[in-house]
Design a protein around this ligand. Structure first.
Ligand code: AMP
Ligand code: ZN
Length: 493
């Protein structure tokens, strides 16, 4: 008698059986990689996976017809790949993506390395017009999602791959109507959606729409954490660029600096689902800080011409008009206590000033924001262009050095506890503020100056740094492949 209990798969309904087979197949893949290459040495079957959402399948040994069906699923998935429609509505951006991850086919040029290509069939975003509030108004954002999302999904469906590329029947296809014709497209295998964190009124629109789509298509729903998606975006980028021989995949473990309008976090990731927050802000987010100071520093005409409320981006453009992102910057050899500009008479002290082992693993930006504000308050004359540029550069420098100090402190602290044979070799920098070139210059210089020149910085292109549905689709893929799916009763968080 085998030690483990055999749970008859025929006890499940068709969908559950497919799910069990898929998970069985995942286990095969995880343990044996390229099955076709190793089929001869494949041992008597083992399926011992899936303890997800209450369904537990332990089956050993597996009879030959079960095994054959499992291999059929492996084969079908390898040929078809996976397709998801993803929705992101955590803040003021309504975004929809259709992402396809191709099967693990090998090509002659790739030898036995599995191709990990992914195709973004559709990716669009509409940002709520909050310019009259000079910041994000939750009601305006929610109304924008309501008026935009269904239309965006409708447009996206037309980009689902045509079914002619798939030799499958109605189970896997869906009709899509356009003005002139009706065509048959591949149905998404599952729907991915942002569950949180974010503004509840915004998240709800996306989550409810995603549930409706999952029910209508009769496919699973995968609920994605927004910050996890920012952290894993470089893995999407390498899969997308893979077909052009692009960026290396950030392998686990890696560290992520997530810098956005709503968050500032340092995260240590050991797998798709294992993320530990090492540091976060005690007050406002770095993006919020930059947006606030930009409204004082950037001349009103430039703010007006900017056309949106990404004031942080306008600040970088104003301060580094050459687009070089302060390439002459060098990190101080030792932590410096204050940054006095004798010429103008103000100084910006580094927040929570400590470095190395003593550094508190916290970020803070509100004090620095107030110091910048004081430069503009009670001034008899308008602040000159030259002084504005200096204020902007100094404020960014102090804020970015503050971020960098926690990165190197965390790398130092972790070096004692992680496997020396598998050290952290990647720092992911993601979120809207990651598009800032000066930030990456400061981080690079700090890493080099503090003995971490082997740590590479992986930062997505600007379009994938800010909130977007492609990153949600990617994490949805990784979660779905790991057997994760959400209950239809799920709420935003
Ligand atoms: P997210 O919340 O991830 O969508 O990012 C939006 C935030 O990123 C806003 O606070 C923007 O001002 C900020 N941001 C976008 N581009 C830049 C940039 N180049 N430099 C600084 N901040 C930026
Ligand atoms: Zn974000």
């Amino acid at each position: 008698m085998p030690e483990e209990q055999h749970v008859p798969v025929r006890g499940f309904n068709a969908r559950e059986t497919r799910e069990a087979l898929r998970k069985a197949n995942l286990h095969f893949l995880r343990k044996w990689g390229n099955i076709s290459a190793k089929r001869k040495s494949l041992p008597s079957p083992m399926i011992k996976t899936c303890c997800t959402h209450g369904m537990h399948v332990v089956a050993s040994p597996v009879n030959s017809s079960f095994r054959a069906r499992a291999l059929q699923v492996v084969h079908r998935q390898r040929v078809r790949g996976l397709l998801t429609l993803a929705i992101e509505t955590s803040c003021d951006d309504t975004s929809v993506a259709i992402l396809e991850k191709h099967g693990a086919k090998t090509t002659a040029s790739q030898g036995s390395t599995p191709a990990r290509r992914a195709t973004l069939h559709f990716h669009e975003k509409v940002t709520a017009n909050n310019s009259q509030f000079r910041g994000i108004h939750p009601l305006v954002a929610a109304q924008s999602h309501q008026s935009t999302l269904a239309n965006l999904v409708d447009t996206a469906l037309k980009s689902l791959p045509l079914s002619s590329s798939y030799a499958h029947g109605a189970t896997y296809t869906t009709p899509v109507r356009s003005e002139s014709q009706k065509s048959i497209h591949k149905k998404p295998d599952f729907i991915s959606v942002t569950r949180g964190p974010g503004m509840r009124s915004s998240l709800t629109t996306g989550l409810d729409t995603a549930k409706g789509l999952a029910v209508a298509f009769q496919v699973p729903l995968v609920a994605v954490n927004h910050m996890q998606a920012h952290a894993l975006t470089p893995r999407l980028v390498s899969a997308l660029e893979g077909k052009h021989g692009g960026a290396p995949v950030p392998e686990f473990p890696f560290m992520s600096l997530l810098v956005s309008g709503g968050h500032t976090m340092l995260v240590y990731s050991t797998s798709t689902n294992d993320h530990k927050i090492l540091a976060s802000t005690v007050d406002i987010a770095i993006g919020d800080f930059l947006d606030k100071i930009a409204r004082d520093i950037v001349p009103p005409a430039d703010l007006e011409a900017g056309g949106d409320i990404m004031y942080g981006r306008l600040l970088e453009k104003f301060v580094f008009s050459d687009g070089a992102g302060g390439r002459n910057y060098t990190a101080p050899a030792m932590p410096s206590r204050s940054h006095l500009k004798g010429r103008w008479g103000w100084k910006f002290a580094p927040p929570l000033h400590q470095e190395g082992a003593k550094a508190s693993m916290k970020f803070s930006f509100s004090g620095l924001g107030s110091a910048v504000e004081r430069c503009f308050r009670d001034r008899a004359k308008d602040v000159s262009l030259c002084e504005r540029l200096d204020i902007g550069q100094e404020a960014m420098r102090v804020a970015f050095e503050h971020l960098a100090s926690r990165v190197v402190a965390a790398l130092g602290k972790l070096s004692y506890s992680i496997d020396p044979l598998n050290p952290i070799s990647t720092l992911v920098v993601s979120g809207g503020v990651a598009s800032n070139k000066f930030l990456k210059t400061v981080l690079r210089s700090f890493l080099d100056a503090r003995g971490y020149s082997h740590v590479q910085i992986a930062s997505p292109p600007p379009a994938l740094c800010t909130d977007n549905a492609a990153m949600i689709a990617w994490v949805g893929m990784e979660m779905f492949e790991a057997g994760d799916k959400a209950a239809m009763s799920i709420a935003s968080e």
